[in-house]
Structure formats: structure tokens, C-alpha cells
Design a protein around this ligand. Structure first.
Ligand code: HEM
Length: 381
């Protein structure tokens, strides 16, 4: 068993451990992490539906101290994902409507085309990132020759979002944030942005004049950073599902089958295993009083396996009636990119399988998980 629910994220099979958490109290205090831990679906939903009292960032530290005042800190500080209240409300609707308005068939075709351009010499573990990030950069309106560089900057930037980042990673994250803001500014200034792109949709919806606010630019960068680890993990975990259950290979021969595998992976073995909330004012959740300053770990991956949430939760069932999942969040901060993420992962999986990967050899060699406190992303050895 893993030592705690954070160590569980990168553990070979964390799900029996999550089952033991669900059998415990609705909110359990973990002294070593100094966090309350929620593992049952109804408790996690209740926490996610209390946005006034529970915030996405600690009140005293809206931007992590290690990046505050740097270009990476500036981007972080504007992201809707990292804000509650007015800063969240100002930009979430435009992002949400732009993503909801995407033609997913066209997005699938574009993502497949971009995925096919990713060089086969690149390692499989890096390819899991390259395919979805470059696809979103393309959908935003970047030219084909810019995609690999945008991907590298984005991977550098995302490294600063982890509490595990090192000093050199923090420095690289800041130069990457600077470069990304400059590139987005140039892209948005190109008149008019390419029709049909996500950028054009966000700009049309925001009805803003040039120059674009730094906050909106940062949130455009945010569309890429939100894609990065989470979608690489969804693609990788879908591949892991195929390796673990050879019967799925027949289903993977059709596009609908690939989508079904990806959707069930998002429930069964989600890439975002947990998220956190910070108590801003006293609140009682499931009978447990929480004090201002407390922090809560919401084990989303455990909720998906809660038998009160999904029938036969441990079975991988590509066709499942009323699949329910919290791995894309819930409530005001719910992920607006869920449908796109599944489309990107399905297109990536299609492109990978077309490369005549030797699935049995891959399974034989095995994989472990990249170090992370919340993202489950396989690394193939
Ligand atoms: C498998 C891939 C993905 C997963 C598992 C995922 C998961 C999540 C989760 C759990 C949250 C909410 C976090 C919280 O409430 O604490 C979130 C928020 C968000 N996601 Fe995703 N996401 C994925 C892909 C994407 C993509 C592709 C985009 C856009 C291109 C996107 C855009 C966003 C944005 C903008 C937010 C912030 C929403 C808000 O705070 O109101 N995500 N995502």
C-alpha cells in the first residue's frame, strides 16, 4: 500500500488503497500531509459545490511563493483555474463558450493530422505530451512550424506548477512563460486571427479591443497548460488500458471504439487523481467542521471507483450506462475542456496504433509513473 494519498498517485495500483480510504471517515485528517482527505464521491461533490468557503488557492498565498513576482507567477496569478470570484468570472465564460463551440469532428481530424507529424524517433513517453499539446496549439492558431517550440515552452512552464519543481526548472518556467506571452500577443495581434481557431472564438466572445489584457493572454496560455499533463496522462493511461486488457484491442480498431476506451480510462484510471481546496471561512462538510486555513485533498480518482457513484466500479467497461466521473472536476471550476481532451486522446491513440507499435513488447518492458503529486502519467521504460 502507498504511504499516503499523494504517494498513491504514482503507485502501480492505487485503487485498493483508495478503497480503504472510502471505508474510513468522510473527511480524514492526515497528520503527515497536514491535509483533510476526502475520498467518497458524495463528499467530494459537496466540497466542490462550496466555492465561497473553499477556494482553489490558500487566501494568504494566491501565487506560490517560489514563482511570485516572476513571469511564471504573473501567468499563474491570472489563470481562472487558480482564482475564485471576479478574476474567475471575468474569463471562464469566454473560454467555456469557445471550447463548447468547437466542432469535435474537425478537432479530431486536425489532432490526428498533427499527431502524425510528431517524429517517430521521439520517445513514446515524450510523444504522449507532443500529440495533444501541439494539437491544441494548432487549434489556437499557431502555424505548423511553431508547434514543436510551443510544446517545449509549455512543458517548461508546466514544471513550475508542481510542488516538486527544482530551482533550474523554476527558472526555465519563467523564461517559457515570458516567451509564451509574447507569442500569444503576436498571434492575437495578427489581424484577424485565423477563422475557426480557438483564439478567434475566444476573442469574438470576449468582445475586447486590442491590445489584449495580460489576464486574457495568460488564460490563452492556460488552455495549453491545462492540456499538458492531464491529456498526456489520459492518452498514456488509455494505452496502458490496452496493454493490460488485450480484449480491448479489437474494440480499438474503430474510431468509436477508441473514444469509448478513452472515456472509460478517464473514469477508471484518470490522469488527474486529486485536486485541493483551501478553507477561507469556517464551513461544515459531511458533519465535519473545517476551519479557515485548513486544506483538503479531494481524491477524484477514488470517487470514480466509489460503488455508490458507478456500478461495478473496478471493471473496465468501454460501454457503460450512466458513466459518472469527477476526474474533470465539478461545480464552478469544472473543466471546460473535457470533450476536447477525450477527442485529443482518441486521436493520439489512433495515431500511435497506426505506428504498428508492438503492444506485447511494450507490456513486457513495462512502465512506471512520472513523479507528481496529482497527475498520473505513465513513463515507458
Ligand atoms: C484529460 C485531460 C484533462 C483533465 C483530466 C482535466 C481536468 C481538469 C480538472 C479536474 C479541473 C478542475 C480542477 C479543480 O476544480 O480543482 C480542470 C479545470 C480546467 N481545465 Fe481541464 N482537464 C483536461 C484537459 C483540459 C483541456 C484540453 C483544456 C483546454 C484546452 C482544459 C481546460 C481547463 C480549464 C481552463 C480549467 C479551469 C476551469 C476553472 O477553474 O473554472 N482542460 N481540468
Amino acid at each position: 500500500m502507498p504511504a499516503d494519498p499523494v504517494a498513491a498517485v504514482t503507485y502501480a495500483d492505487p485503487y485498493p488503497f483508495y478503497e480503504t480510504l472510502r471505508a474510513g471517515p468522510s473527511l480524514a485528517w492526515n497528520e503527515s500531509l497536514r491535509l483533510w482527505v476526502a475520498s467518497r464521491a458524495e463528499v467530494i461533490e459537496a466540497l466542490l459545490l462550496a466555492p465561497g468557503a473553499l477556494r482553489v488557492r490558500p487566501v494568504a498565498e494566491p501565487v506560490p511563493r517560489v514563482i511570485a513576482g516572476s513571469p511564471a507567477g504573473e501567468v499563474f496569478g491570472h489563470l481562472v483555474r487558480m482564482n475564485d470570484g471576479p478574476a474567475h468570472a471575468a474569463h471562464k465564460p469566454a473560454l467555456q463558450r469557445a471550447l463548447a463551440g468547437l466542432d469535435l469532428n474537425a478537432a479530431h481530424a486536425a489532432a490526428l493530422q498533427v499527431a502524425r507529424q510528431v517524429p517517430e524517433e521521439q520517445s513514446l513517453s515524450d510523444t504522449l505530451f507532443a500529440m495533444p499539446i501541439q494539437a491544441v496549439a494548432h487549434l489556437l492558431g499557431f502555424a505548423p512550424e511553431a508547434l514543436p517550440q510551443v510544446e517545449l515552452w509549455m512543458r517548461d512552464f508546466v514544471a513550475c506548477l508542481s510542488p516538486l519543481s527544482t530551482e533550474p526548472q523554476l527558472r526555465r518556467a519563467s523564461s517559457a512563460a515570458d516567451a509564451l506571452m509574447t507569442r500569444f500577443e503576436a498571434l492575437a495581434a495578427g489581424t484577424p486571427p485565423r477563422h475557426g481557431t480557438l483564439l478567434a472564438a475566444v476573442l469574438a466572445d470576449s468582445a475586447v479591443g486590442a491590445p489584449l489584457s495580460r489576464a486574457l493572454l495568460a488564460n490563452l496560455v492556460g488552455l495549453l497548460s491545462q492540456t499538458c499533463d492531464a491529456t498526456a496522462g489520459l492518452l498514456g493511461n488509455s494505452l496502458v488500458a490496452l496493454l493490460g486488457e488485450p480484449a480491448l484491442r479489437a474494440i480499438a480498431r474503430t474510431r468509436d471504439g477508441l473514444h469509448a476506451i478513452v472515456e472509460e480510462t478517464a473514469r477508471h484510471d484518470p490522469s488527474v487523481q486529486n485536486t485541493r481546496r483551501f478553507v477561507a471561512q469556517p464551513v461544515t462538510i459531511s458533519g465535519v467542521p473545517l476551519e479557515a486555513g485548513d486544506a483538503v485533498l479531494l481524491v477524484l480518482a477514488s470517487a470514480n471507483r466509489d460503488p455508490a457513484f458507478n456500478a461495478e466500479p473496478d471493471r473496465f467497461m468501454p460501454v457503460r450506462a450512466q458513466r459518472r466521473m469527477l476526474g474533470f472536476g465539478h461545480g464552478v471550476h469544472a473543466c471546460p475542456g473535457q470533450a476536447l481532451a477525450c477527442t485529443l486522446a482518441a486521436a493520439g491513440l489512433e495515431a500511435l496504433l497506426a505506428r504498428s507499435l508492438d503492444l506485447d513488447a511494450l507490456r513486457e518492458r513495462g512502465w512506471h509513473y512520472r513523479p507528481s503529486a496529482n497527475a498520473r502519467i505513465p513513463f515507458f521504460v
